[in-house]
Design a protein around this ligand. Structure first.
Ligand code: SF4
Length: 336
């Protein structure tokens, strides 16, 4: 994890025109972090030219920029709209990370300082539609992690609390939620805690919070009045997966509060793996487990793989049965 102090900060010219830009520049200058001015957060030649093996070092950098496109994107899964929000990328290193398929080795954390432009889009859409809709703010990053550096998740929850008809949602693999517990959220925010077996988290979700800590965070958020969902993602059908996931369900049953278990919902997402992941993992993360079992997978678009349908549908039955047995009152929102 990036820690509270990044190793270097690359900042786009013009961010000082925004309060968040000024605040972050002041903070990192006080902390004596090396600040490097760039003209475009999407194209940093000195980082683009580094070899893939520098992926781990680059994850310690923070990029500050201005988001150019803030238009909402319709969605039909966890939300009605995806909000291009205040960050993309992340400082963790999950072996399957979907962002690596887009940004390759440059999937470090970028924070966009023009948050007012983004929330304005939500306010306009909510006023125009005049009916309750859910807005996903964590699609391109992990907002709980970003919040440690910027406070932007806290700010977003406070903003959504006041927007009529708008509900905010985000998924997270991090447990650092204590600063969110005292917010007057007005029931307008839901968190989906992402889970996997403890052993898979340790071996494949490098730099994220442990399962036990994620469960404690879920309980605290539920007891602070937030709606809390459980996102089993990505489901990885590695050798011995039935036993691993059986143990995970046992841990969830024993570790989650009864009220949360009665009121939660599940999302099930099978792993997609990209050739970009394979290339980066081999170059930068030697000694990590191989999660690409080609014989179980089939091509999905260009340069990505997903589980063969006969394999994922049999596994889906396993998960539906466990959820029905362990969480009889919980809904399953979708399986993909
Ligand atoms: Fe990627 Fe999410 Fe893992 Fe970060 S926590 S590396 S964004 S999958």
């Amino acid at each position: 994890m990036i820690g509270l102090v990044p190793k270097k900060v690359y900042y786009e010219s013009g961010i000082e025109d925004y309060p968040m830009g000024r605040e972050l520049l002041d903070k990192y200058s006080r902390e004596k972090v090396e600040l490097i001015e760039i003209s475009n957060h999407n194209n940093i030649p000195e980082l683009r030219e580094l070899p893939d093996s520098e992926f781990v070092s680059m994850k310690k950098y923070l990029i500050l920029g201005i988001r150019k496109t803030t238009r909402l994107i319709p969605n039909d899964k966890s939300a009605d709209f995806i909000v291009p929000f205040t960050s993309s990328g992340c400082s963790a290193m999950c072996l399957y990370c979907y962002l690596v398929c887009t940004f390759f080795k440059n999937s470090y954390l970028r924070v966009f300082v023009n948050r007012e432009d983004m929330i304005e889009q939500v306010k306009k859409k909510a006023a125009k539609l005049g009916m309750e809709r859910v807005y996903e703010i964590g699609c391109n990053s992990d907002m709980v992690l970003e919040n440690l550096l910027t406070g932007n998740l806290r700010w977003a929850i406070e903003q959504f609390a006041q927007i009529e008809h708008a509900r905010c949602t985000f998924a997270t693999k991090f447990a650092d939620i204590d600063s969110l517990l005292d917010i007057e959220h007005n029931g307008h925010t839901q968190m989906r805690i992402s889970v996997n077996p403890a052993e898979i988290i340790r071996k494949a979700e490098i730099g994220t919070s442990a399962l036990a800590d994620r469960m404690k965070a879920a309980n605290k958020m539920f007891n602070a009045g937030y709606r809390v969902g459980i996102n089993i993602a990505p489901i990885m059908l590695l050798a011995g997966w039935e036993e691993l996931y059986h143990d995970m369900f046992e841990e969830l049953k024993n570790g989650l509060d009864d009220g949360l278990k009665r009121n939660t919902f599940f999302e099930l997402i099978f792993m997609t793996y990209g050739l970009a992941n394979e290339q980066i993992n081999k170059a930068a993360l030697p000694g990590t487990i191989d999660i690409f079992e080609k014989e179980k997978m089939k091509p999905k678009g260009r340069e990505k793989y997903c589980y063969k349908p006969e394999i994922s549908s049999e596994a889906a039955e396993f998960f539906i049965k466990r959820i029905t047995d362990y969480f009889p009152e919980a809904a399953i929102s979708y399986i993909v």
